[in-house]
Design a protein. Structure first.
Lengths: 408, 149, 408, 149
């Protein structure tokens, strides 16, 4: 198996006991842990170079601006975007709202359709609901198949000229499903629709190339990819960003402010109102460097292997059901499951007593949970610091749960 | 923090076979409680005879703690007056460390001493994440009582 | 003079040479420096407790949630708000946009007026311009007097039933002017208008009590008050927040998500879509603790004294003009000035060569800059770590500037 | 990094008494450049006679570097052909380290050697914050030339 265990010592948090047991962190789909390189990049910035960016006429501010813009360049290269196509913001949620308010509010009208998938995270649903209230555009959903893939026939049926935007997650945070974004984009572009890709789970776990995907907009979060909280990324094709209105207004995003109206700065600054998350952008760039030093193919390979190992071990447990594709080629490392009639919350508590951290609930995807008929599931999710023995600890805890609840 | 303290047999029993798990024909008060973050849901329906709870329905979906708490509560409050229920709710919240107590009603080793069967829930106190699960039916009962006013 | 020089060693960045001279940081109105206590609080969180909040069913997430909610309680107490009245976001700009989009978009209509002051920062202008485009409400501005105070007569004249919202900065980032917010609020409430207070400069530098101000909404940023970048605070009166729509949609801010529409979580969570700036909130709480240990009255007193010292020294320089109230009782520590016909940018460069960091430009307040007939000014701004010798270094650099430019 | 290198007497002279500081009666091309962050503004107007710049106006407000650069540029490009101006712009950008040069045209100690009076601006190279000030009129000139096409 691709062995990345030597990296564990880069993550200070992993070296602790939780409820008397070594911490086994299996909730990276919610947020990832941070290597010392990232923690230090943030602290070092505050210790040596902290100043506001783009404003100062002094060396310190110039240095801070260079670091900040360097971070943008690093992140842009990571997803194969041009530097001007990357705007920093608070997170995936914030980026998707920016698209909904900046593009949707100005371009949607009654009769238009917003086509989403039933496996979207709330972050790629609720902003569109808000914008549909203001514009009168209608929301339509693509279901998934029995084996947890996007239903491409249904997608083809639903896609027509009324559809102005397609919102799709590149990787489901519940099912793990990797969606065929390029195929979706090609079809969408044929009817003149834009494609908004929620890459919150994809960018941390596999090589993502916005050009190869032909995504029109794409969003991801720093905190799920070894970076700090408080930072996210909006990618948009240059021509779209240039034509688009900003969602937020304030300092630094203007060219001029008159009393009645204003003109905007050039991209990407137009989309960065106010003081940006400076230290966070620099921390994210350190995370990108860290991931690139390993290689995203290696990260993905390790995850495929550990997920395969977990799927084997989990499906061998009596009464356990996995919700997601069985084939690791089509899925990431988020594994959702239920075990007999033991409530996922009870599983999480029992595992927690053994130091194993998993998540239980609807995972911010209630339409999906309803379609699965499972208001709550348990979810274990993996990242580069997880090892097969983490999976073993999970399985042991699930066996104990069966005993406690007397599952035959 | 032992799991045996949390998952007492009586709790699992109430979870598997919840009491009063039926809707009432003509409730004097109804309330729905839900915990949006974990998805626990409880509906409490009460029938009042004067100020006495003559019947109760406690229907829900969720984890063992929330559902067992609802079931045990439904037994404990049946036939009790408003005042008695209020006293019970207070004692329950003190047991769960949700409310402080001024009086000396609490035996630190057995905070649920005065609560009969409900004492089985006192193990939850040691699992802060789960206290809100146990509390959900009680908050909902209070709302149902208010509604019946 | 109130001597806080002993605190300087708490700020690692100050212990460096800049262009061969000790760093003299006089740009705290743009962003403040951070004490080790704040830097460490952020790093410690990542090293020991990092997990997503409100979601987990495990100890680590519970601990992270306790720290995050504890930060909210600390910040709420700091401005005398209830815990449920404080929502975290990216910064002042973001908070003001939330108000404009969450309250303004739903409540303004043609014929309504948004009353701002000419000394507002772009952050309290541009969001209202955007919302006025969507709603048809009109923007109106209150000018200032010759001595840089808000023109209260003009305000009284402009205030009528058409005004639905008054946007006012509690302390100008250019003039330093402290505005009589309570008096403004009382008058605004009489005609049924809401008051939105930009407290980005006030909260860091003086005791702010939202109840005493009777502010309806109030916004401030962490990075200007010793806290991390990427974090800001929206205060709103409980009743207003409860009635208000969220601006951003996503995870964690919902009660339920159906396909067509959603219901919201209770306040303040309704206003925190997606993963919040967790480490940043915890860092901000550490900053609040740090400030409270000193005492905001002492912070203010020190600033009054150093500003008085600076005003005396600056106005003694031939050809120098200060834009702002002369009386330190009515002003904060941002001191804007010009020197003869030397462009502010040139002043900044000359000072930078001596290690003195000041800002030059329009300071994100172009309407104000136009009203002053000064497209650019130089600005020195003070905080608790500045000493009289910092002012002396500034004055020496300005004297050198006069020599270089041959000002008689 | 000495301030004397930045603020050469010739620069201050151009700042105080900018050349070609008047609008043209009938420009062939006009462009406005501005640096929204520091507020520097320059308007460049050119009159073309064939492909030769027969007259130029360089009007603006801003710091000494941007305004002196505009003034010195206006002198340097007057009477030059498009091709000559392009070559000058390139040499200027190389001097300011805005563009790399493949050729060996640059004497590292005197990167502005080939630029005549404009060499006075080479001190700006050492002040990264100010390079965009010096560059602003040149970008604007290029836009004015494009407009005149
Ligand atoms: C008065 C005032 N309002 C608003 C802001 C904007 O704050 P931020 O950039 O942190 O969003 C600033 C700081 O730049 C300010 O000084
Ligand atoms: C698929 C997906 N989309 C969007 C989000 C929202 O990201 P954030 O909370 O960082 O805004 C998440 C994570 O929670 C996610 O997994």
């Amino acid at each position: 198996m691709t062995d990345l265990a030597h990296l564990r010592s880069d993550f200070p948090i992993l070296d602790q006991k939780m409820n008397g047991h070594p911490l086994v962190y299996l909730d990276s789909a919610a947020t990832s842990q941070k290597p010392a390189a990232v923690i230090d990049a943030v602290a070092d910035f505050y210790r040596t170079t902290n100043a506001n960016v783009h404003r100062g006429a002094y060396t310190l501010s110039n240095d801070a601006t260079d670091l900040y813009e360097g971070a943008r360049a690093g992140v842009a290269a990571f997803v194969n975007a041009a530097v001007g196509e990357i705007a920093f913001n608070r997170g995936t949620t914030s980026a998707l709202n920016q698209i909904a308010y900046g593009w949707g509010l100005y371009n949607l009208k009654p009769g238009d359709r917003i086509l989403l998938t039933l496996m979207e995270h709330h972050a790629n649903i609720v902003p569109w609901q808000l914008v549909s209230r203001h514009t009168g555009a209608e929301l339509v959903y693509v279901p998934h198949t029995g084996d947890y893939a996007l239903d491409l026939d249904a997608f083809a049926d639903l896609l027509d000229e009324r559809v102005k935007v397609v919102g799709i997650t590149a990787m489901s945070n519940v099912l793990g499903t990797i969606n065929p974004v390029r195929q979706i984009a090609d079809a969408a572009h044929e009817v003149g629709a834009l494609v908004v890709v929620d890459a919150a789970q994809a960018v941390p776990h596999m090589a993502v190339d916005v050009k190869a995907m032909d995504a029109d907009f794409l969003a991801f979060s720093g905190h799920k990819m070894l970076g700090p909280t408080g930072i996210g990324v909006l990618y948009g094709k240059a021509s779209l960003l240039e034509a688009m209105e900003p969602a937020e207004g304030g300092g630094e995003m203007i060219s001029d402010v008159q009393l009645e109206s204003s003109t905007w700065a050039s991209v990407p600054h137009k989309f960065e109102a106010g003081t940006p998350p400076i230290a966070e952008a620099i921390g994210l760039a350190a995370a990108v460097d860290y991931l690139q030093a390993i290689g995203m193919d290696v990260v993905r390979q390790h995850e495929v292997e550990i997920t395969a190992y977990a799927l084997d071990a989990l499906t061998a447990i009596d009464g356990l059901t996995v919700y997601g594709p069985p084939d690791t080629a089509n899925r990431g490392g988020a594994v959702s499951f239920t075990l007999a009639d033991i409530h996922p919350h009870d599983l999480a508590t029992i595992l927690d007593q053994r130091g194993v951290a998993i998540r239980a609930g609807h995972h911010c995807a209630r339409p999906l949970a309803r379609s699965l008929n499972q208001p709550a599931t348990a979810r274990a999710s993996f990242y580069l610091y997880n090892t097969p023995s983490d999976v073993d600890a999970l399985v042991d805890g699930l066996q104990e749960s069966r005993e406690i609840f007397g599952v035959a | 923090m032992s799991l045996n303290e949390l998952y007492r047999e009586v709790i699992l029993d109430h979870y598997r076979a919840p009491r009063h798990h039926d809707h009432l024909a003509d409730p004097s008060g109804t309330a729905e409680g839900k915990n949006p973050l974990c998805g626990d849901e409880v509906t409490i329906e009460i029938a009042l005879d004067g100020d006495v709870i003559s019947d109760i329905g406690a229907i829900g979906v969720g984890c063992s703690i929330s559902q067992a708490s609802a079931s045990m509560m439904s037994e404990a409050v049946s036939g009790k007056s408003r005042a008695e229920v209020e006293e019970l709710v207070r004692k329950f919240k003190v047991m769960m460390a949700i409310e402080d107590s001024d009086e000396e009603i609490v035996n630190p080793d057995r905070p649920g001493e005065a609560l009969g069967d409900l004492e089985a829930l006192q193990g939850v106190r040691k699992f802060p994440v789960r206290i809100k699960c146990a509390d959900l039916p009680w908050i909902t009962l209070q709302q149902a009582l208010e509604e019946a006013e």
